[in-house]
Ligand binder design. Sequence first.
Ligand SMILES: [Zn+2]
Length: 66
Amino acid sequence: MIDDELKAILACPACKGDLLFEETRIICPACRKAYPIRDGIPVMLIAEAADWSPSPPGPAGGPGAG
Ligand SMILES: [Zn+2]
């Protein structure tokens, strides 16, 4: 678990944007990158980030496609 204070000061190293905190990784939705958390320490390095994709918005064929 990451401290709230730490969450407050962390930002994506690429875009300085807001992050999504999970138990084992930190996600930047803007960059679609997932930064690992090792031994409880966030590894905020672009070189260490893994590709990440947002969950599908719902059933296919909805409005707004295209
Ligand atoms: Zn970012």
